[in-house]
Structure formats: structure tokens, C-alpha cells
Design a protein around this ligand. Structure first.
Ligand SMILES: Nc1nc2c([nH]c(=O)n2[C@H]2C[C@H](O)[C@@H](COP(=O)(O)OP(=O)(O)OP(=O)(O)O)O2)c(=O)[nH]1
Length: 135
């Protein structure tokens, strides 16, 4: 099966909270929690894709800081390669244009959320990367 590249943004604020968005009832994986982002278009870099998607979906201007390890996951209808980036905000205010809701979440509370399956290893990896700061 073809593997679709999907980027997602781990946007961290000044309080070290992470922006988590909830997919709408009308989207695939309805009401699951995810990191905002979307499919990489032909000729687009993952980083440029993410800047575009976050502006489209949330009206936020972001910058990508660094890329984290990706996770390939097969759903019944699609196999995705989910590529996370740690990101910061450089402008805009959140407007929900596609998602049902958003929340700023402390790292310690991330794992308890009802994530899209492909995100779980990404959340765990992120938590490992910040563990030193949580201890
Ligand atoms: N954006 C995003 N998609 C995710 C995450 N986890 C996860 O399994 N997905 C899946 C859901 C979809 O099957 C696929 C990306 O779909 P999408 O609907 O966000 O992509 P898109 O904005 O480009 O939408 P479209 O053009 O297909 O309508 O990846 C995640 O954290 N963020």
C-alpha cells in the first residue's frame, strides 16, 4: 500500500504546554486527539507543509525548530508516515477552521488523551525527550 507522508506540529508555548487539537466529527478518525498538520503535497518539504497547514487550519504562524522521528502506521484504509516537528508560534491567534476543539496541555497529561493511534508513539517519544525537564 502507498505510504502517505503526513506532518504534525508539536507546538510548545512559554509554559511548556503543548497544543493538542481534536478532529471534528466529520473528519476521518472522528473526535480523536491529534497534533495539527496534514498531508505533504507534491514538491513540498515537510516543514513547509506544516507551516501551510497550521495557517490554514488554525490561523497560526509557526516556525519549525526540529524534526522528531517519524512513525509509520497502518489504518484499515491508509498507511501514513507521521512526521512530527517541534514548533513555536510567531504570529496569529487560534481560530478553529476544521477541528472540534483545542487544548494547551501539560506534558504530564498528554498520554491520558484519546489519541489517533499513529500519534501514541510520537507522544511517548516527545515525553522521553522532555523527561529531564519534568524530573
Ligand atoms: N494532521 C494529522 N493527521 C493525523 C495525525 N495522526 C493521524 O493518524 N493522522 C491521520 C489522519 C488522516 O488519515 C491523515 C491526515 O489527514 P488530514 O485530514 O489531517 O490531512 P489534510 O489536512 O491534508 O486533509 P485532506 O486534504 O486529506 O482533506 O493522517 C495527526 O497527529 N495529525
Amino acid at each position: 500500500m502507498k505510504i502517505i507522508d503526513v506532518t504534525c506540529a508539536i507546538i510548545v508555548n512559554a509554559d511548556q504546554q503543548v497544543l493538542v487539537t481534536q478532529r471534528s466529527a466529520a473528519m476521518k478518525l472522528p473526535l480523536k486527539m491529534e497534533f495539527p498538520g496534514g498531508k505533504v503535497e507534491p514538491g513540498e518539504t515537510p516543514s513547509a507543509c506544516l507551516v501551510r497547514e497550521i495557517k490554514e487550519e488554525l490561523n497560526l504562524d509557526i516556525f519549525t525548530l526540529f524534526e522528531m522521528p517519524s512513525n509509520t502506521h497502518s489504518y484499515p484504509d491508509i498507511t501514513i508516515n507521521l512526521i512530527p516537528f517541534i514548533c513555536g508560534i510567531c504570529g496569529g491567534n487560534i481560530e478553529l477552521r476544521e477541528h472540534a476543539s483545542f487544548m494547551w496541555t501539560d506534558a504530564a497529561d498528554l498520554l491520558a488523551l484519546d489519541w489517533a493511534e499513529a500519534d501514541v508513539p510520537i507522544v511517548k517519544n516527545y515525553l522521553c525527550s522532555v523527561k529531564g525537564q519534568l524530573l
